[in-house]
Ligand binder design. Structure first.
Ligand code: FAD
Length: 429
């Protein structure tokens, strides 16, 4: 049986390792557009702001594919999968035959339709190459405009600010981190970001970008203009699902998979940012998060070897450190009708903690504060996932806080393995 894996990041690598734990004789080929040693995208902002060294980005040794007895076809772009012929077709026309295939091709930054956006001075912040370019160009005094105010955008903004750049964040929606924080947490974080000198403009729609003498002039729909030397586009991501059109979900972007991570196409699996997979609570969706990709990859890899495992469903969980504060959310943090919000402002080391509760059962939380977020919210995850009631939320958090907090957040430590290379609290659950 020849197994082909497209992608060599969180999902692809965890799948390969899970496969090899069960089958160490079948030939495996890993195809990846990016060449080289596997690295953590999550750590790129930490690298850019000097928190970790270049070496610390890598999550496996140079010879890891050799050790896993996998052939690599790196620096090659898969154009499409021919499911009928059971072949992966590369951009240069070459074909690689498979018996079982895993698509772990991740996602790509999605650029809004702005006239003049493509071209010199404008880039994403998604790959090691993007980070290397920014490492070269982000010098003190450089004017940076960040399009978008999500997690990746604000991490880029903070790293650039730390490097002495003059940073402006421009967001179409009315607040920062609209999919990660509730309104109050977003307001508190914005105040903090502006206090250090980063400009934030919300409800602004950039309509066009013009270039003159190496300078970029971005014009908003209301005629305001923003001048910049570099623009980072961080307005969201789209799954790289185009290479297997017949498995794209009819319900939205992503390759539709069952709990086994199988697509509807025979012997083809998908995992990670490219997959539309079962989520906690019953629905299906794309959760573009590192630990989700690792977990899905593990199930897919085991099932490529015939293990028959089911993925238990992803739970949205984000945590990162930016502008000197840990910002986190887990589950559903906006209350539905009939649900309560418990807000705790005054726990030691916590700036803001909101818990959404339905009949005593936590549904999700938002957090701003010190580094104990990983442990506090990590302990909450099983209560959310398995619908366990919390008798007294304040006592729960106070008690947990005292129960010996980690002195460093685990994802800041040099990335020894896939789990410590992520920025999520899911691993702490
Ligand atoms: C700056 C940044 C910060 C982040 N911070 C966090 C965080 O704090 N917490 C968190 O949980 N997540 C975070 N993420 C998201 C996280 O990195 C992704 O969810 C994760 O990388 C998804 O893993 P994946 O294996 O599915 O896809 P990817 O990591 O995108 O890897 C896709 C792989 O497929 C290959 N590929 C793609 N298309 C093709 C093709 N056509 N042919 C051949 N190969 C192809 C690529 O080369 C790559 O090897 C962050 C991402 C970035 C960029």
């Amino acid at each position: 049986m020849h197994v082909v894996i497209i992608g060599s990041s969180a999902a692809g690598l965890s799948a390969l390792e899970a496969f090899r734990r069960r089958d160490n004789s079948s030939p495996v080929t890993v195809v990846s557009a990016e060449a080289g040693r596997p690295y953590s995208r999550v750590l790129l902002p930490y690298y850019l702001r000097g928190r970790i060294l270049h070496e610390g980005l890598f999550i496996r040794p140079e010879d890891c594919y050799e050790r896993l007895d996998a052939r690599t076809v790196f620096g090659e772009f898969v154009e499409r999968v021919d499911a009928e012929e059971r072949e992966v077709i590369l951009r240069d026309g070459r074909a690689i035959a498979y018996d079982r295939l895993l698509v772990a091709a991740g996602s790509r930054p999605s650029a809004p339709p702005i006239e003049g956006l493509e071209g010199p001075g404008v880039q994403g912040f998604w790959t090691l190459d993007d980070a290397a370019r920014l490492d070269r160009d982000l010098r003190p005094g450089v004017r940076l405009m960040v399009l978008g105010a999500g997690f990746v955008a604000l991490q880029a903004a903070w790293a650039a600010h730390r490097r002495g750049a003059a940073v402006t964040v421009v967001e179409l929606e009315g607040r920062i981190l609209p999919r990660v924080l509730d309104e109050e947490a977003a307001r508190l974080l914005r105040r903090r970001i502006e206090a250090v000198g980063v400009q934030i403009a919300t409800s602004v729609c950039i309509a066009g970008v013009e270039r003159a003498c190496g300078e970029l002039c971005c014009t908003a729909a209301g005629a305001d203009t923003y001048e910049a030397d570099i623009v980072i586009v961080a307005t969201g991501v789209l799954p790289n699902d185009g290479l297997l059109a017949e498995a794209v979900s009819t319900r939205g972007p992503g390759l539709e998979v069952a709990a086994t991570m199988e697509t509807a196409v025979a012997d083809v699996f998908a995992a990670g940012d490219v997959a539309r997979a079962p989520m906690w609570g019953g629905a299906a969706g794309v959760l573009a998060l590192w630990p989700v990709a690792v977990a899905q990859g593990r199930v897919a890899g085991a099932n490529l070897a015939g293990a028959g495992l089911d993925y238990e469903g992803g739970l949205s969980a984000n945590v990162t450190e930016m502008f000197g504060v840990t910002v986190a959310s887990v589950g559903r943090f906006e209350q539905a009708p009939g649900e309560d919000a418990v807000i705790l402002y005054d726990l030691p080391g916590v700036d803001y903690l909101k818990l959404v509760v339905a009949e005593g059962v936590p549904k999700g939380a938002v957090y701003l504060g010190g580094q104990q977020a990983v442990r506090l919210l990590g302990r909450l995850v099983p209560y959310i996932r398995y619908c366990r009631p919390l008798d007294d939320p304040r006592a729960f958090f106070e008690e947990r806080r005292l129960a010996g907090m980690a002195s460093v957040t685990p994802w800041l430590a040099p990335a020894a393995d896939l789990d410590t290379a992520n920025g999520s609290i899911a691993c702490a659950s």
